[in-house]
Ligand binder design. Sequence first.
Ligand SMILES: [Zn+2]
Length: 842
Amino acid sequence: MHKKFLFILASVLFVTASAQLKSPAEFLGYKIGDRYTPHWKIVNYFQHVAASAGANIKLEQYGQTNEGRPLLLAFISSAENMNKLEQIRINNLRLASLANDKAAAIEEGAPAIVWLSYNVHGNETSSSEAAMLTIYALLDPTNAKSKEWLKNTVVIMDPCINPDGRDRYVNWFNSIVGKNSNPSWAAREHREPWPGGRTNHYNFDLNRDWAWQTQVESQQRLKVYNQWMPYVHVDFHEQGVNNPYYFAPAAQPYHEVITQWQRDFQVTLGKNHAKYFDANGWLYFTKEVFDLLYPSYGDTYPTYNGAIGMTYEQGGGPGGGLGVLTDEGDTLTLYDRAIHHYTTGMSTIETASLNASRLVKEFRKFFNDAVNNGVGEYKSYLVKYSDANRERMNALMNLLDKNGIQYKVMSGTTRGMSNGYNFFTGKDEMYSGQPNDLIIHTQQPRGAMVKVLFEPRTKLVDSATYDITAWSLPYVYGLETYASKDKLGFGGDNLTTAISNNVTDAYGYVIRWQGVQSAKALGQFFQQGVKVRFSETPFEINGQQFDRGSLIIIKKGNEKFSNSISTVVNNICNANNVKANTITTGFVDKGFDFGSDKVHPLKASRVALLTGEGVGSNSAGEIWHFFDKILEYPLTLVNANDFARISLNDFDIIIMPSGNYRFLNEKPATDLLKDWINKGGRLVAIEGGVSQLAKTDWSIKVKKADDSGDKKDTYSAIQTYEDRERDFLSTNTPGSIYKVELDNTHPLAFGYPNFYYTLKQDDAAYEFIKEGGWNVGVIKKENPVAGFVGVKLKDKLKDGLVFGVQDMGQGAIVYFTDNIMFRNFWENGKLMLCNAVFFVGQ
Ligand SMILES: [Zn+2]
């Protein structure tokens, strides 16, 4: 399929080389909105435009999706600007103090840069159709207006951020629609099957992934984005079919780093759009629902990087099809939806062009202010290095690199004491800088981003937000960090050293269990047939100390490798940047010898993931992506609805992500499951999966809220209608961070200190496991360390179970009541899933 696809691409390039510019209708043979345009045809059209209007456009493939579809950017401007496009880009980086050279930036005559991103959510389909209308209108030689705009504006268009998701929707729709589409909401063409086209191949929402860049689409796009740094960015979306159009200004809360200029210019843009919508009699709203806080959106990320970042929302997706009857009795067509997005896109470019010099000036000021003054009350963050957190530190540096954030790694000797806020204790304390500690200053071009990602608590002017309210990186990565109000003078460099192992023939080797890389190495040892053991207690040998969970590879059991086992160890450990420690004896100085029953042989687990209809597609996707792309460990995806027909004996572990599991209400199926666990199977339930088990006769129980306080207030049930959304918030958390006390003597918590920071996203709290099980992670009296939690919920969450293991016969059930894999950005949770897969019950 892909070969054929590439062939079509290549032939189009040659055939249309000298064609005259055609409108989308002329090129496609149908009017936009009459049917859906699959991604390859959108690509064809953009190539046609590039071939016919060559002087004003440059088309670039910046990457490829998981399913092999090309990701494109079109750069559009006057011929004069196009001739010096690279100079414009470099000058722009100089304006942002981000260029590699020290040459002076030229402000005078620098064009405005507008970046338009279409179809990040694949089933919000009208925007890629609108992209074709927009590029044609920009380059249509008879369009005097756009010709004028392009003199001082560079437009960058990404016609489809998420082609895999879009084609999943379009191919499905085209396969079930009749000769004429049916506007009745009841018709099946308005009901997309699981998992829907919103997300990418791995069921990830790419509009939650801008900062974390866990997905290939984001990784490739952000690389180019950060080399360009536009002044205005629009992310085109769709919302429920009955909603009027939404455009800037955005809703509260705004993050406090957003400048007055950024706020004001949203209003300028919104007023210009309103002019066109008013003239056409179209309905719209502003300032509601879509706020600017969580940093990983297509509006906030550009905003925290100096742009005016915005979300535009058209009614219609998902489910709008080619036409749909709305509650008002109108038929909303795909054409209507596309023309609205086309209108705001053009109006955005117009507004940018009219204000180009001001945009350039303010853009430069945004970065200058950050470089000179820093952003926020803290000037520096110092992340402490220790041997045990090396892997998580590497992961953090990788995230900083992806976002162009500058940092230093301390070299040399210990530096003086300083006073700062300790994220882990919540107090101001003295600390010193030591070799390998990481220093991040807010006095740098991306100082706003540093503040947003690191600050201990995000200020909320309004708690009604669209997303989580806490993501402070020291908690996400589980790294001891200090925030300093003075800029730290500690020096450093940017060197990070990869481990290069060169072990030789010996009695054995020990690998510390410290993170995802260690787990990945273990998976590779399994795949090569290497016999690995692990110690459930700490031990000391040859003068070295090793913690629980350390992997032990000795000659016994690995005879088939004879003397080449050292080569295998070197190769796998080097590939994963983990250290292999040579040991010359099995006689330990402290702890148990390797022949003890405290040292367990490990067996490669055969893992299944429940997926399909009824299962939370994001939650299932997070596990799938982690196994497939990060851990690179075999995983079998099975449909939850086939549960009764699965041969459970083929698996050692079944992972149950959030979802609604019908089979849990069917006795024969649950009997099978219980029987399988009793015989040694291990069930790993995550968040919503746990609450599903809690509803039936499994050992886990939901904790009831202590509402005695409420009862005292006779009138507490009386609420005002106007405040109904606020009242909901008092019993809710949109995503906050809690400290969890860990029993790290249990294999589920190997590789961790005796605490963990968890992201709590629902209002469910669970009772402690009373018998036959282990309360591995609990919340005691603590309040949240960051993020918003409704007053009525705070008490309920205290004294609750967060992570637990219930032994059952030969097997076990692992309960993760919070989503440790959230969006695959919650770095510190990943090792715990590895523990559940590799250690628990072994
Ligand atoms: Zn959307």
